[in-house]
Design a protein around this ligand. Sequence first.
Ligand SMILES: *[C@@H]1O[C@H](CO)[C@@H](O)[C@H](O)[C@H]1NC(C)=O
Ligand SMILES: *[C@@H]1O[C@H](CO)[C@@H](O)[C@H](O)[C@H]1NC(C)=O
Ligand SMILES: *[C@@H]1O[C@H](CO)[C@@H](O)[C@H](O)[C@H]1NC(C)=O
Ligand SMILES: *[C@@H]1O[C@H](CO)[C@@H](O)[C@H](O)[C@H]1NC(C)=O
Ligand SMILES: *[C@@H]1O[C@H](CO)[C@@H](O)[C@H](O)[C@H]1NC(C)=O
Length: 353
Amino acid sequence: MNFIELLFAFLAITPSSLGAPPPVPGKYPVPGQSPIYSIDQNVNPPFPGNLTGVIAAATGGVPDPDDNLFQNLLSAEWIIYSFYQQAVEIFKPETFTNAGFPNTTWESIAAIRDNEAGHLQLFYENISPHSAKPGPCKYDYGLNSSNPEDFLAKQVLIEIASMAFLTGLTQQAKTNATKGALTAVAATETRHEVWALLDIWGTSPFGGPVDTSFPYANQILQTTTGFIVPGSCPKGNPPYPNPSQDIPGMSVAENVTSIKPGSKVQWSFNKETNFHKHSKYWAVFFHAAYNISVPFDAQTMTARIPEEIEPRGLVLVVIATKEGAVTEDSVVAGPATVLYQPEELSLEISKSL
Ligand SMILES: *[C@@H]1O[C@H](CO)[C@@H](O)[C@H](O)[C@H]1NC(C)=O
Ligand SMILES: *[C@@H]1O[C@H](CO)[C@@H](O)[C@H](O)[C@H]1NC(C)=O
Ligand SMILES: *[C@@H]1O[C@H](CO)[C@@H](O)[C@H](O)[C@H]1NC(C)=O
Ligand SMILES: *[C@@H]1O[C@H](CO)[C@@H](O)[C@H](O)[C@H]1NC(C)=O
Ligand SMILES: *[C@@H]1O[C@H](CO)[C@@H](O)[C@H](O)[C@H]1NC(C)=O
């Protein structure tokens, strides 16, 4: 047993108040202390992106208060990290320059992938030994090596959705340190989004005074499960998201031609909805730090986008049985992601589930 192994043997029998042991003894560069999470630039997965399988919970002992939150977040991060890892593997720098994008595009995507590996590690560290640490599943984003534009469009959606679900997870957090860490991670996702708006889409990076805060993070996480190849998760992974309402996902319908504020929009759902003929439903639009409810017509599946909403950044829309969607249970479908930037992608992305 060398010194490092001895150290970790010691850590493993130390109370969790001294910090969770690393997922792989002896190999855990700290995010913010190691260049592998910033400028690795390697095609191969940076640690801990090369891990497979679940790390089981130690028997006995009490989970930390935010373990459940970080389990959800680690499962979500595997989806985000793997999206970039696949891109780094299937695209070459020339793929982007040949398509007219800047010659720094591949290296920026690799740098974002490195940041996401740092998030994986941060979330591993924050799950106590008394809870399982989920490993990666197989993911299908429909990426195609000859279609970098499709990847870049999905990139905008993934980053803005991360910014929003982090605002919700922050509201679930039990400890102040967790709230601080989540806010800092959301800021990093914002940098990734802003990079794309400026360098790739050549548009204004500004999205108004306040990005969108959404209270029910697990509902957004549920929408990311479509990327998971069914049955591909490691045995023993905790359920994701947990808890889950498993309500229908929702998007702007295929034949809609405008999502300008004031437009009457038809909505489509990715599985059977159970709207009752005689019940009243609201379409609740979350933007910045407010929400606006308008009647939802469950016969025609239509609701008008409120005039007051500034068409910048992101709007999240749910169908609820209560005005303001004041409880999580009152939400019966959604959220739909209505995106206004970049303008040329806004309709296409708002129609994707
Ligand atoms: C993951 O990468 C690290 C750092 O390069 C390496 O030390 C480790 O052996 C790798 N682990 C696996 C499971 O491949
Ligand atoms: C990358 O593009 C910039 C400007 O578009 C140019 O100045 C620079 O020389 C290019 N670098 C390489 C390595 O081609
Ligand atoms: C969070 O911070 C506030 C303000 O400093 C403090 O009063 C509170 O006790 C802290 N909560 C926890 C759970 O540490
Ligand atoms: C979209 O199609 C539905 C039928 O599926 C129709 O009721 C609706 O009027 C159409 N909306 C537009 C904007 O064409
Ligand atoms: C929506 O806004 C209303 C009015 O400001 C507020 O009472 C309600 O709590 C908000 N809903 C959520 C889910 O935050």
